[in-house]
Ligand binder design. Sequence first.
Ligand code: HEC
Length: 347
Amino acid sequence: MIRAPFLIFPLLLTTLPLCAQGKVSFESQIWPILEKRCVECHATPSTGPDGKPKKPKGGVVLDSKDGITTSKKGTLVVAKKPDDSMLYASITLPADHEDRMPPAKKGEPLSKSQTDLIKKWIEEGGELGKWTGKKAEADKADAKPGTDKGKDAGKEKGKKGTPIAQLQAGLQPVPAATLAAFANGPFAVSSLGDDSPLLRVTCAGNSDDVTDKSVEALAPLKAHIAELDLARAHVGDAACAVIATMPRLLTLDLRQTQVGNQGTAKLAACKELRSLNLYGTKVGDYAMAALAELQALENLYVWQTEVSAGAIIRLREAVPGVRVVMANDLPEPMGEGAGNGRRRAGK
Ligand code: HEC
């Protein structure tokens, strides 16, 4: 399927944040960039899982208000002076400069629209608003009633977590005869784990053969599907009506399908959804309001869609802790290896 990706992409990342939005908001526009590209090396000192202390690189702390205002004796962000601000200097060095941030081994430099946004934010005063830091954010998510779905939920991150244990408690496995019907494709159906009755269903490799009708055929598995990968399949809103009947769905990949607002809004019924990939779909702002129901949502991919920055800000307010990805930063396709389909590069 060929689309015209470059038309929409600059519109979202450049035009909207810079012009239509007015003042740049640290919390909703700058922090997501720092969190994604910097904080892994520039977090508040802590003790790692191995018991060893983890120190921020170069003494620069970017995940708290204190860190940002006091690192490098306050020269990290100098209000109204991007050129005097080390933060801005570090991201605008030439791509091959050894001090460029993030370091070359960590991938591409920030895009021009991202560095421009940071520049504008500093020019406007470099204020942090109500944001006080990553930790405070996590505490806020914890305190919110209804997000802690049990003891397994979000131990480490103080976040919502993936409650596989609760989801599969008491669930009988799908009878072998039912599963046998799927042996000839187009879906690959497998268990989420050795003894788990939960299922992972992907159409990887066969996406051309998968239509709304094929998705209807998944109905007998609807109580068991936890991961569903329909990336690039020939499916649209009708498939979403079927998906909306899957109460244990945690991860859904609809990238580059014909799914639009009507279908996406129906997904509000999948209350356990943690990750939703709508990259390159026809979705827009209308569906974002409906998705505010998905209080467990952790990752939402809307790159190359018509979703506006404003709709995303509203969604972030409605769903604390959700990470909305508007850039080319997509998870690995699921179905390869264990886990929820996300893998960390490098390690
Ligand atoms: C892979 C780890 C890593 C990532 C990711 C990373 N940095 Fe760094 N950063 C370092 C290291 C290591 C140093 C210390 C370099 C030194 O002291 O020579 C450093 C130093 C810095 C400094 C101080 C530079 C100086 O001259 O003292 C700033 C500012 C900085 N980083 C900003 C950022 C920003 C902004 C990002 C995200 C866009 C980022 N870093 C992402 C590893 C990283």
